[in-house]
Write a protein that binds this ligand. Structure first.
Ligand code: PLP
Length: 462
């Protein structure tokens, strides 16, 4: 039976943001189209107007999600429908301050006018043609990425995991290409404790959390996990001659906001050079301005052979990119890798708008300044809190490590209008706001966080 559904939305905004939404749906369980009319008043970002509450609508959507969508996500019970800047609004009109940016994606916040213009213009001109043909935005974005990084060439894909998947293939191909007569070329990989590289079979094999991997084994063999920061063990393993590439996040995001040391990354660089093995920096989460440096590795003055990017690059549209040196690119031939959607004109034009803004020195300086301001504020207000073990990170990627689960705090923040994430073993509050966030918004976020901390006492008493 056909599962086709027709969803037609007519959304009109009056000056008072009175939203009239008409929804027509045909699905496999309802033969005739059904029509529902909803009138929802959504508070304008700067107005005092109180939103109307439509509890039922949120609960209906959540119930339908549970019925129709494969249950891979334990979502927060919030149905978001619009956003502007660092604010998000749910279908009942409640306002949230967004310190998640869609997991480090919406670097320019929601509805950035230049991003919207780039997307709407390109959508009206040409959205997709496949990689059978050349398109201007793809080549232009590649030029911008090369011009602003260590890299000589770019391969586009659609997500972070795909970027790492491509990096795995490129690393193995590089080793075969560099040692054509070698019967047993280096095909193994090193990854580190607390790392996260993605959910597809190769990237998953490189991801440290066992419970992500074990239900799907066998994953790609040949990965050794070493302690993040253990220079001696890593250098020894690289010297074994079996390693095609070392995958490392200069700052680990999902793993709990742990930063590498300069000494560690420098030692990896030297050992890789000596052994002919590639150094891959996964900057899917920490790259593109989040640290206050355009690329996180610039903070360490250590440069990779391959860097993988994704999340913020197209400001909310799906994109991934693998940046490589000429040495690596030389090993890759026609047909070695590819993707139907990758680097289409729509996402690439969005990417150009994002990179254009983020790469300006004043934008990056503002990220550093606001990051330091917020970290100092958190240390001042929470540094002595008995639940807080450490407040770490730099730029606008900050973690508050607790000695208990962070979930009750994250839930309480959400109920108080502040969205934050967890990381690590669930004991770290992860803060990755849009990079455009203001100091006033950071002050408000700190205030809500502090007010919500007592919720942790209930967990202890239980
Ligand atoms: C460092 C890192 N690499 C790779 C990925 C996977 O990216 P995606 O979810 O786009 O596949 C993530 C996602 O959180 C990440 O943080």
């Amino acid at each position: 039976m056909s599962c086709a559904a027709l969803l037609s939305l007519n959304i009109s905004f009056s000056p008072a943001f009175n939203r009239s939404l008409t929804l027509k749906r045909t699905n496999h369980s309802v033969a005739a189209p059904t029509t529902a009319c909803l009138n929802v008043d959504v508070r304008a970002p700067d107005s005092d107007q109180k939103p109307l509450i439509h509890e039922k609508r949120s609960s209906e959507i959540i119930a339908d999600e549970k019925k129709f969508i494969v249950g891979t996500y334990a979502r927060a019970p919030v149905v978001l429908s619009s956003g502007k800047g660092c604010k998000l609004y749910d279908v009942e009109g409640r306002e949230y301050l967004d310190l998640t940016s869609g997991i480090a994606v919406n670097a320019l916040g929601h509805g950035d006018p230049d991003w919207v213009a780039a997307v709407t213009h390109q959508a009206s001109v040409l959205a997709h043609v496949s990689n059978i043909y050349y398109t201007v935005p793809q080549v232009e974005l590649a030029k911008c990425l090369v011009g602003s990084s260590f890299a000589d060439r770019v391969f586009f894909c659609n997500s972070g995991t795909e970027a790492n998947e491509a990096a795995i293939k490129f690393s193995r191909k590089f080793q075969r290409f560099s040692h054509p007569d070698e019967k047993n070329p280096s095909v193994e990989f090193i990854a580190f404790t607390n790392c996260f590289h993605g959910r597809t079979m190769g990237a998953l094999a490189l991801t440290s959390k066992e419970h992500y991997r074990t239900p799907f084994e066998p994953v790609m063999p040949g990965v050794t996990f070493l302690e993040y920061g253990d220079t001696q063990a890593t250098v020894e393993m690289i010297q074994s001659g079996k390693i095609a590439a070392v995958f490392v996040e200069p700052i680990q995001g999902e793993g709990g906001i742990y930063s590498a040391t300069k000494e560690f990354l420098k030692s990896l660089r030297t050992a890789c050079d000596n052994a002919g093995c590639l150094l891959v920096f996964d900057e899917v989460q920490c790259g593109l301005g989040r640290t206050g440096f355009l690329w996180a590795h610039e903070a360490y003055d250590v440069y990779p052979d391959i860097m993988t990017l994704a999340k913020p690059l197209a400001g909310g549209l799906p994109i991934g990119a693998v940046l490589v040196t000429e040495k690596v690119a030389t090993a890759i031939n026609y047909g070695d890798h590819g993707s139907t959607f990758a680097g289409n004109p729509l996402v690439c034009n969005a990417g150009i708008a994002v990179l254009d803004k983020i790469s300006t020195p004043s934008f990056l300086a503002s990220v550093s300044e606001k990051g330091q301001y917020f970290k100092d504020l958190l240390i001042k207000k929470l540094g002595q809190n008995s639940y807080v073990k450490e407040i770490r990170g730099f730029g606008l990627i900050i973690g508050i490590e607790l000695d208990v689960s962070a979930s009750p705090l994250v839930d309480a923040c959400q109920q108080s209008g502040l969205l934050v994430l967890t990381a690590g073993k669930g004991n770290v509050v992860r803060i990755v706001p849009p990079l455009i966030i203001s100091k006033e918004e950071l002050d408000l976020a700190a205030e809500i966080l502090v007010k919500c901390f007592p919720v942790l006492d209930q967990g202890v008493k239980n």
